[in-house]
Write a new protein. Structure first.
Length: 159
C-alpha cells in the first residue's frame, strides 16, 4: 500500500458537503484505506494499492460531483514525494511566525516555464522562493498581504 496526500482546491468548510466526514466518505467509497482528513483544509490522507497518480486524481475528481454535488481539482502526492520535498529543507533560514508565513503550493502539472527564483513581485509582500517538482515554496508577510493575492500571482505564473 502506498500512502498519499490529496489536496482538494476550493474547499470551504462552511459548505456542508465539503466537511471532513463527507470528504472521507468519498475516498472510502473509492476503495481507499486508512482515510483521514487534515483539519478543515480539504486535505485527505489515504492509502491505496494503485500507483497511477493521474488515475487516482481522476477518480476523486469524478466522484466529488457525483457524491457531493461540487467539483474540485485534486492534486495527489505520495508520502515518498512529500518526504523528498521535506528533505530538501525548502525554507532554509526562514521561520514561520506572526509576520512571516511559509507556504508550499502544489501544482497539478509541471509549468511550461519557471521564472527565475526567488522572486518578489513589485509592491507585494510575498516572495516566491523556489520550485521543487510541481511545488512552489513561498513566504508571505501576513501584516500586509493576503494569501489569495499570492494565489492569483501563482495562478498567472504557473497555471
Amino acid at each position: 500500500m502506498t500512502k498519499y496526500a490529496a489536496m482538494l482546491r476550493g474547499i470551504g468548510p462552511t459548505n456542508p458537503n465539503m466537511k471532513g466526514e463527507k470528504l472521507r466518505g468519498v475516498f472510502e467509497s473509492l476503495g481507499f484505506s486508512r482515510v483521514t482528513s487534515v483539519i478543515t483544509s480539504g486535505n485527505i490522507l489515504f492509502e491505496s494499492d494503485l500507483t497511477d497518480v493521474a488515475k487516482l486524481e481522476a477518480m476523486v475528481e469524478k466522484a466529488l460531483p457525483q457524491q457531493l454535488s461540487f467539483t474540485s481539482t485534486c492534486i495527489i502526492r505520495s508520502q515518498a514525494e512529500l518526504q523528498v520535498l521535506v528533505d530538501t529543507d525548502p525554507f532554509p533560514g526562514v521561520t514561520q511566525g506572526p509576520k512571516s508565513y511559509i507556504t508550499v503550493t502544489f501544482l497539478k502539472n509541471a509549468p511550461k516555464a519557471v521564472p527565475s527564483l526567488p522572486y518578489t513581485p513589485d509592491g507585494k509582500a510575498y516572495t516566491l522562493l523556489a520550485y521543487y517538482d510541481r511545488a512552489i515554496t513561498a513566504t508571505l508577510d501576513q501584516t500586509s498581504a493576503k494569501t489569495p493575492d499570492m494565489m492569483t500571482c501563482l495562478e498567472k505564473q504557473f497555471g
